[in-house]
Ligand binder design. Sequence first.
Ligand code: SF4
Ligand code: FES
Length: 257
Amino acid sequence: MKLTLMVWRQESQASAGRLQRIEATDITPDMSFLEMLDVVNERLTLAGERPIAFDHDCREGICGTCGIVINGVPHGPQPGTTTCQLHMRHFRDGQTIVIEPYRAKPFPLLRDLIVDRGALDRIIAAGGYISASTGSAPDGNAIPVAKQRADMAMDAAACIGCGACVAACPNASAMLFVGAKISHLGLLPQGQPERWTRAEQMVAAMDQEGFGHCSNVTECAAVCPKEIDIGVIARMNRDRIGTIFLVARRSLRQDSP
Ligand code: SF4
Ligand code: FES
């Protein structure tokens, strides 16, 4: 395959960026999108040019590092697929492909296709965990969990924190991501003790990082490589409302004689 790439090149956040035209030749349909970029980078390097900077780690659809925007869609044209799992057979020989970084204010650009997604880590640090005494591993099935709840928690836990939902949302909202994390923990017995403070703190951290609010466009769910259900946002909002009632009840108790 021979392709024409229009790749966003930008030295740093402070410098101006532009789309650079690069011809990609000898690409095979079985290559992944990142392997195609590897081939292009090898040629750029041999020609003494700066290679395209892009993020990746596992290349197995697990780590969430590899998100880039391909022809206007985060992770590209194949539904339910990360950039690293996207294969060149989904493109036509001779096609022009526009490759850009995620564009969202909370994700500052570092170089070319790499953005800093540390804001998502800071939201997790604000409440995306459970506190449990460490020690030897508990026996399996020591805490019974209903099958349906376990399945829903596992579905939400599939979120890999790639940030594609943010990049696709016109408001740069992280609600699908936060909703997935809150649902994953809040559906399980182990997540109950911190359930209400978790919702409060994670949503506050999301607002502080500058992510926008949800206006039900649902682009987030459409591009999510793990097909996280949009219903997790409703679950997050229910937990937030639960927090408000809890705080009100506590203050009523303190006020009563
Ligand atoms: S909800 Fe989907 S798109 Fe958003 S961070 Fe998680 S896996 Fe990525
Ligand atoms: S490189 Fe890990 S999900 Fe793509």
